[in-house]
Design a protein around this ligand. Structure first.
Ligand SMILES: CC(C)(COP(=O)(O)OP(=O)(O)OC[C@H]1O[C@@H](n2cnc3c(N)ncnc32)[C@H](O)[C@@H]1OP(=O)(O)O)[C@@H](O)C(=O)NCCC(=O)NCCS
Length: 167
């Protein structure tokens, strides 16, 4: 991991860079929705349901190189002890240097700080890089929906992973 790598909460002005990063990182390895429109001067990932506080970003040498989004899975009080990782991407040029690992660790720490007992996520069965990353951070497979998505003409499993936090 680079000495200059650090994570922080996103700010509103990160919106255009996050949009461009997300657009460039799109592939059916990790995404089930259509690709977003190409970035314009007004593009941002933020709206009423996607707030800067929900995102942690990674900066290396002052450049934003990745993000992770951590949200309550539902608004229900009965579900309030859980946080869900609902987005993660690292700039292609910055991959393989520990950025993803740092973002997952930061999200788990954020969840712990919020008093969560569990962190969950969904990952496509064929997304080996992401599955290895989550496994190495302690997440385990808790469920699987076989053939949930049809991507590029092939049926792909949706895998539910979870991490139970101590205490
Ligand atoms: C998955 C992703 C976030 C990993 O980011 P990264 O910064 O390259 O990951 P790191 O360098 O921190 O790697 C941490 C661990 O992840 C796993 N990993 C990362 N890339 C991998 C690859 N290409 N193949 C297999 N395992 C990989 C390894 O276990 C690695 O540990 P190691 O270096 O000790 O072997 C990145 O590939 C990405 O943005 N992918 C596209 C979006 C995506 O898949 N998001 C997840 C949606 S659920």
């Amino acid at each position: 991991m680079s000495d200059t790598l650090h994570t922080r909460t996103a700010r509103p002005e990160d919106g255009p860079r996050l949009y461009a990063l997300d657009h460039a990182a799109w592939s059916t390895l990790s995404e089930v929705a259509e690709r977003s429109a190409p970035p314009t001067a007004d593009s941002t990932v933020f709206d009423e349901r996607h707030r800067p506080d929900d995102y942690l970003v990674a900066e290396d040498g002052g450049e934003l190189v990745g993000y992770i989004r951590l949200v309550p899975p539902t608004p229900l009080p009965s579900n309030a002890h859980v946080r869900q990782i609902s987005g993660l991407a690292v700039d292609d040029a910055a991959r393989g240097r520990g950025v993803g690992r740092a973002l997952v660790a930061a999200a788990v720490e954020r969840a712990r700080g919020l008093g969560a007992r569990r962190v969950t996520l969904r990952v496509l069965g064929h997304n080996t890089p992401a599955r290895r990353l989550y496994e190495s951070a302690g997440f385990v497979v808790e469920g699987l929906s076989p053939g949930e998505f049809c991507l590029d003409g092939r049926y792909v499993d949706d895998v539910l992973m979870g991490l139970t936090l101590d205490g």
